[in-house]
Ligand binder design. Structure first.
Ligand code: UDP
Length: 245
């Protein structure tokens, strides 16, 4: 584990990695990266590296789990043993089981689950490298993988956290800010419907600080949403070019 830094915010108001309080980490997104999946996406957000694959709609196994009026949505969030400094056991931890549920519940409101009764859609999220905010990066990538799989959705879902480091409200916390900061507020948003599908808080904030953190996280989500759209367009532009060749 990294040592506790002396200060999370320096005299100039900058963070440990030189970011301003309202700045996102550098983000790279690619859609359609696993040819064996029905849909997939990869995101790098700072030092986070997350891969999402979607399979389905397909037959439900075991069959008795099938629902007569809607699809079954399943999600598995998993951190690779080499994704963090101290080796993580490959077995699912309590945290991973909880995050799998949190990610599924953030995505489910966007999906027309009633279009595919008696089927199942699986979302697999593999965290290859973790540096704080992996649940948000996972939601952003998994939503793109669902779109790439052609699953009908009301809107895309995009996620970003804000929180408090030192005395400052900051956007997109990295690992040290997450561990040694005062609070972390992950938010997932359907940007066109302007509806929040995930709101969590870890730590302590005053009412006003909480409001600022939520608003800042929503601003972050909107910026990442433009990158999601560009990533989808790139995938279809290259598919079109390949078709024309
Ligand atoms: N982490 C770790 N080992 C673990 C689980 C988490 O080092 O077994 C780190 C990892 O960098 C992760 C961060 O702690 O991103 C924060 O984890 P948290 O549970 O707050 O979820 P996240 O912020 O990734 O959504």
């Amino acid at each position: 584990m990294t040592d506790k830094p002396e200060k999370l915010i320096d005299k100039k108001g900058l963070r440990l990695d030189g970011r301003k309080p309202d700045e996102l980490r550098p983000i790279k997104i690619e859609v359609g990266v696993i040819s064996n999946a029905d849909g997939s996406a990869y995101i790098e957000q700072g030092k986070n590296k997350v891969l999402a694959g979607v399979y389905g709609p397909r037959e439900v196994h075991p069959k008795h789990l099938a629902l007569p009026d809607r699809m079954v949505l399943k999600c598995r969030y998993h951190m690779a043993p080499f994704s963090v400094q101290e080796r993580k056991s490959p077995a699912p931890s309590r945290r991973e089981i909880e995050l799998s549920k949190v990610i599924r519940e953030s995505l489910e409101p966007a999906i027309f689950v009633e279009y595919y009764p008696r089927t199942m859609v699986d979302i697999f999220v593999e965290v290859l490298q973790a540096d704080g905010g992996t649940r948000c990066a996972s939601i952003t990538a998994a939503a793109l993988a669902l779109a790439d799989a052609g699953i009908p959705m009301r809107d895309i879902v995009v996620a970003c956290a804000a929180g408090k480091a030192g005395d400052t409200i900051v956007l997109d916390l990295m690992d040290e800010e997450d561990k040694y900061g005062t609070a972390d507020v992950p938010v997932a948003l359907m940007p066109n419907l302007n509806a929040v599908t995930l709101l969590q808080m870890d730590g302590i904030l005053s009412y006003d600080e909480f409001e600022s953190a939520v608003n800042l996280a929503i601003e972050g989500c909107k910026k990442i949403y433009t990158m999601q759209k560009e990533a989808i367009r790139r995938k279809y532009a290259s598919a079109k070019e390949e078709g024309e060749e």
